[in-house]
Every structure is written in structure tokens, then in C-alpha cells.
Design a protein. Structure first.
Length: 671
């Protein structure tokens, strides 16, 4: 059965949200640069305590309420590039016009209906990631869509948002944030729930990422783009999984979440069949552990803590039931308890263990009146935190009876997820009165220049340059694609065939075979005429493949800027460095950035050799191996080619060497 059929039977409903940082000169509501700093460079820090506020209708958002289960101190590190807006000591400036322009370009690429006026809103966020206790977000457009292999996927909204501060250290009671990232402009793209399978989710995310990168105006690298995935199945509930940074992980995340909800529904059915009950009584059982051998409990009691326990009637064996790879129903209860500031919980499905004896377990069960089919859950912590943790455990136990709770979860590196907070509601949004609205005219929107999409560019490169799909896609999505077009020869069967037959000097003649092969390889491509330059595949290798190989070997390729690639390609196109010497040239340029390309070529011993030098080396090696040639005949070509190229060390083009060597071997064999 096809994958989509499997998930149709499950009743999968899925949508994704893409958060992409924009590559602007300044942040969204101030003039500070969008540069990430080393947190150890900070020259000042301050702290805040954040609390939830009521909305205009007098409501407090449920997600915000849970953030303050434990009072935490938020410490913010600032830099010489930090201003008072980021510290929330000054009102924000007007919406960054550069970020607005990029957002509108993306909106047009997604065929969306753009708002006449852009209004900024406040979204309550009190996890410390914003000094103000809210995130500013501006609605740009709605009702768009993209085409995929599984049909059209709607794009519900696109918004501009300010990026959150990044966590430097989480110490439990204190969290340290860095303000360098706070305020970097983001676009948030939300799809409709039209995604029908895990692989479809990956395809949609991949296409949206391609469209964003095609603008050439978004940041690149780890952490600059994040996907949030919304998943539910028939009978389940909407669950938002936040912070998926790896494209390859989306497919796993969707599949694992669908299976988690399926298993939670099965557990709910078993609990109801057993007549399970969550008893709200919380018992203090500290005295039972007065002489315990459990280091965790002993440490908590030594610090003045208590041990509390609750009874989950009919839950026996189900807390140990796996619902994600390596994670069980008990893990879900533990995640909730940890939000109250405790290290975790103990439950009877995993005891005796952790130094807790069977005798102690039986004593706790007796205190709670737990029967054979019941589970007990315990926590050891300061009283206020232990009470909050037990309350959270009981709530999650009741949710297990109902099935799948609506919640926000955090994506983990292995494709599983853990609880973060409840799904937020409408009470978290209210108007931002410090930022004036921006009028967006149709004339302005229509004047925006739209970029060539990567997939369109890749198709054009394949047609015009004869590149295979891999090479065309690689260079089309590269920032160096303009350099490629400057140096790569456009291919056509007619022009190349004519070039191959034209009378030539020795040097030109050496390239004849390559030209003829290129003409044959691209026969049937549209005719394109251009002055002969570098073979397209060689330019792609120079700009993309070789630098990646060098990076894997630890070579610092960050010094290979566009200007330096330009100089290197100029040397190659001018015949001053043979294509065989390109890896050595780029390696030398990377290791010694103070050298020009010409100086690096000289330092690497790659200065090109002339026709006479090539003929002299070939003649000497052929003379030395004459007996070998007579013995092996045409088969001597390969070994001798290796000897010549080894001696020339990338100083001469392989085609030139091959032509000269072929002539000498033919001369010997003709005698």
C-alpha cells in the first residue's frame, strides 16, 4: 500500500510553519546589525522576572500561565551592538522597510493576497526569550498556495516576526540569554493542513525553503531556518512540534507523532476498559524514606524537601508502554512534572530501582491504598515544587484517559519529541500601539522585482549548459551562480562540432576530442552560441565540489570569497593553471589568504608550462619506456599518462598531455 494510503487510513492532518531569518542590514524594529556574536564578548548584562498579563478581554493565555509554574530569573547579555529597544527600555522604531520588501516578494512568489495595511501585533511570550515578555509580529498576506507532487498545498498566512533571544545557559532557576539574535527579522509561513504523509511534509518544506533561498535575501546556516510541524490523526488532537532544524528530520517527526497519537488512543481504550481512575489525593510519604538508599531522594530530603505520591488506578503496566522510540507514557508524565522545576518522577512500573527497595514501594502502595492493577507516582523535591509537579502528573493522567492532549512539543534530534507547554490560545495576541501601520499600495507591490526560482534556474542551466541534474541543481542554488554564468561556456551541438573541426595549432588541437565529446553528449539540447570558455562541469567543480572536499579535510575555505573565486577561474580560463591543478590552487589560496591567485599558483608550483615543455617531458618518458610501449601497445597509454601527469603536477591540461603522448606512442608503434 502506498505511504499516502497508510496515512489516509489514519486520518492524518498535517501542516507546517516555516520560520526563516532574513538577511537584512538591520533588525526589525531598530537599527542594530543582524550579526551573531560570541556570547563571551558581552560587555553588560541585566536580569528580568516575567509574569503573564491579561488580554484586552481579561483572559490569561494558558501557555503563559504554565510558564510561571516556577519563578525564574532571566539574565540577558548585551554587546556594543545592542540598543535600548532590545533591552525594552525604549519604544521600537518603525517596521524595517527592507524586511517588509522581502516579505512582500515572498508573498508574491507564493501567490498570496497581500494586505492593504500591515499592522503589528504583540504575542505574549514569557519564557524569557524576549525582554519585553512578548514577540512582535506583523500580518502580511494570506490565501496563497504551491503546487506539489501530491496536489496543491495552501499557504494560509505569511507574517513578519522578530527573532527570539538565544539561550546561552539554562541553570534551572536562572536562564542566560544572548541579545545578539533578538530582533532579527523573520518570515513565518503557515501552510493549510493539506499535507497527506510524512514524505509530503518534507517535499512541502523543501519547496518553501527553495523559494525562500531563491530570493538571495535570507540567512543561511544552522539555526537560520526552523520548521514547526502540526500533526493530528483521526480521534487524536492537534499537536505542534517546534524547532525542527534539519529538513531530513521532518519526515521522521511526522511519522513518529502520528504513531505516538495512535498508541495513546490505544492506551486510552485500555484504560477505559479497565475502568481506570485518577485519584486527586496527594499523599506525603516522606517518613517511609527516612533511611532510604536512594541517592536522589536522600539528597532531596537533606535539603529540606519532601516525598509526595499519587495513585493512578488501573494504570499498572501502561506507564512503561513505549509510545515513541525510547520514550514511554511515564516519560510524558515526567515531562509535565519537570515544568514545575523538579528533576523527574518515579513510578511503580519501573520500581524497584534507583536505590528504592521493594519494601519502600509496598509501603507507599499501602499508604495510597493501591491495588495490584494500580500505579503509583512519586516525586522528591522542595514542597512547593513537589506539589506543582504532582498536580501536573494528575492532569496528564486524566488526559491519558481522554486520549491525546492538545499541546506544544519540542523536536528532539532523533525525531521524537517532548512536552513544552499547552497550545496557546487567542488570548496571547493584542495590538502593538508603539508601531504605526504601513500602507502597502498595489503600485509598490507590482514594482517589486521577483527572483528566478532555483528549480527554474536549474532547468535553464541544464538546457543551456548541458549540466546533469545534480550539477545543475547544485550551482543553481549556490550564491556563486553568477560566477558560473560568467565563466561556463554555453553548449550547443552545432557550435561545438564546428569548433572541433576548425584547423588549430598544437594547443588547440589537444582540445578537439573534448569538444567533439561535448557536442555528442549534448546532442538534442537547444542551440546556444557563445565564445568558448571553461567546461561547465569544471566551473561547478571549482565553485562547489572541490571547496566541499577541502572543508571535509579541515581546510579553512571561508577565505575563498567571490572575488578570489573570480581570480582563480580567470587563471584557469587563461590557461595559466591546468584543471588538474585546481584543488591545489584552491587549497593554497584558502590556507594563505594573503596571496593573490597568481601568487598562490606560483607557491603551489602550478605555473602553466608551454607546448615545448609538455613535448619535452612526454618525449623523455616515452624514450625511457620504449620497450614497455612495444610490449603493451595501446595499453601503455594509461600507465604512461599517469607518469607524465605526476611529473607535471597539474601544470598542464590533461587533454594537451594526452594528445602529445598519443602522438609519441603512435610514432613508436609505427616503427
Amino acid at each position: 500500500m502506498p505511504e499516502s494510503s497508510d496515512y489516509t487510513s489514519l486520518g492524518l492532518v498535517c501542516g507546517i510553519e516555516i520560520h526563516q531569518q532574513l538577511d537584512t542590514a538591520a533588525k526589525l524594529f531598530c537599527g542594530c546589525p543582524t550579526r551573531i556574536r560570541d556570547s563571551e564578548e558581552h560587555d553588560h548584562q541585566f536580569f528580568r522576572h516575567l509574569r503573564p498579563a491579561r488580554s484586552e478581554l481579561g483572559e490569561i493565555d494558558r501557555a503563559a500561565l504554565e510558564e510561571v509554574l516556577v519563578s525564574r530569573k532571566f539574565i540577558y547579555r548585551s554587546y556594543d551592538t545592542t540598543c535600548l529597544v532590545e533591552a525594552d527600555d525604549e519604544p521600537p522604531s518603525e517596521l524595517n522597510p527592507e524586511a517588509l520588501e522581502i516579505g512582500l516578494v515572498v508573498s508574491r512568489l507564493l501567490n498570496m493576497q497581500i494586505a492593504d495595511e500591515v499592522h503589528t501585533m504583540r504575542k505574549i511570550v514569557i519564557d524569557g526569550s524576549n525582554t519585553s515578555g512578548f514577540q512582535r509580529t506583523a500580518y502580511l498576506a494570506s490565501h496563497g498556495g504551491i503546487e506539489t507532487s501530491r496536489g496543491r498545498v495552501g499557504i494560509e498566512t505569511i507574517c513578519l516576526e522578530e527573532e527570539a533571544a538565544r539561550i546561552v545557559d539554562d541553570r534551572g532557576d536562572e536562564v542566560i540569554y544572548s541579545l545578539d539574535r533578538l530582533g532579527i527579522p523573520l518570515v513565518e509561513i503557515c501552510t493549510s493542513p493539506d499535507i497527506i504523509s510524512p514524505s509530503h511534509a518534507r517535499e512541502v518544506a523543501q519547496r518553501l525553503g527553495m523559494i525562500l533561498r531563491s530570493t538571495g535575501r535570507v540567512k543561511r546556516g544552522l539555526g537560520t531556518i526552523r520548521q514547526d510541524v502540526n500533526v493530528s490523526i483521526r480521534g487524536g488532537a492537534r499537536v505542534e512540534i517546534k524547532g525542527v532544524q534539519e529538513l531530513n528530520l521532518i519526515e521522521t517527526i511526522v511519522a513518529v507523532e502520528a504513531e505516538r497519537q495512535k498508541l495513546l488512543l490505544k492506551i486510552s481504550g485500555e484504560l477505559l476498559a479497565r475502568g481506570a481512575i485518577v485519584h486527586r489525593r496527594v499523599a506525603e510519604v516522606t517518613g517511609i524514606f527516612a533511611g532510604t538508599g536512594s541517592k536522589v531522594i536522600e539528597s532531596a530530603l537533606r535539603k529540606g524537601g519532601v516525598v509526595l505520591a499519587v495513585r493512578l488506578e488501573g494504570f499498572s503496566g501502561l506507564l512503561a508502554r513505549e509510545i515513541q522510540p525510547g520514550r514511554r507514557l511515564g516519560s510524558e508524565l515526567s515531562d509535565r512534572a519537570k515544568r514545575a522545576g523538579v528533576g523527574g518522577i518515579f513510578h511503580s512500573d519501573e520500581l524497584p530501582a534507583y536505590g528504592i527497595t521493594q519494601k519502600e514501594v509496598e509501603a507507599v502502595r499501602s499508604e495510597l491504598g493501591a491495588g495490584e492493577g494500580d500505579s503509583v507516582v512519586m516525586v522528591a523535591a522542595p514542597r512547593d515544587r513537589a506539589e506543582a509537579a504532582m498536580k501536573a502528573v494528575l492532569e496528564r493522567g486524566e488526559e491519558a484517559l481522554a486520549g491525546v492532549p492538545e499541546e506544544t512539543r519540542r523536536a528532539l534530534p532523533d525525531g521524537t519529541s517532548e512536552y513544552m507547554r499547552p497550545l496557546p490560545g487567542s488570548a496571547r495576541m493584542y495590538p502593538e500601539t508603539d508601531v504605526p501601520p504601513v500602507v502597502v499600495t498595489s503600485d509598490y507591490v507590482n514594482s517589486l522585482k521577483l527572483p528566478e526560482l532555483f528549480d527554474e534556474r536549474a532547468a535553464r542551466f541544464s538546457d543551456e549548459y548541458g549540466l546533469n541534474r545534480e550539477f545543475a541543481g547544485l550551482i543553481a542554488s549556490s550564491p556563486n551562480y553568477q560566477l558560473f554564468e560568467k565563466f561556463a561556456m554555453k553548449l550547443s551541438t552545432g557550435s561545438l562540432a564546428e569548433e572541433a573541426e576548425r584547423p588549430r595549432s598544437f594547443v588547440e588541437d589537444a582540445k578537439r576530442d573534448i569538444l567533439a565529446e561535448e557536442a555528442e553528449r549534448i546532442r538534442g539540447f537547444p542551440d546556444a552560441v557563445r565564445d568558448l570558455s571553461l567546461p561547465p562541469a569544471l566551473v561547478v567543480r571549482t565553485l562547489e565540489m572541490i571547496p566541499r572536499e577541502l572543508a571535509r579535510d579541515g581546510i579553512p575555505i571561508s577565505s575563498l570569497t567571490e572575488d578570489r573565486y573570480l581570480d582563480a577561474l580567470s587563471l584557469i580560463a587563461g590557461g595559466r593553471v591546468a584543471k588538474e591543478g585546481v584543488p591545489q590552487l584552491l587549497e593554497t589560496m584558502a590556507n594563505r589568504p594573503e596571496l593573490s591567485a597568481a601568487q598562490a599558483a606560483e607557491a603551489a608550483g602550478l605555473a602553466g608550462v608551454g607546448e615545448g615543455d609538455v613535448e619535452a617531458v612526454v618525449a623523455r618518458i616515452v624514450a625511457d619506456k620504449e620497450e614497455f610501449i612495444r610490449e603493451r601497445g595501446e595499453a601503455a597509454m594509461g600507465p604512461l599518462m599517469g607518469l607524465v601527469m605526476k611529473e607535471l603536477r597539474g601544470k598542464a591540461d590533461g587533454a594537451l598531455v594526452s594528445s602529445a603522448l598519443r602522438r609519441e606512442i603512435d610514432r613508436i608503434l609505427a616503427q
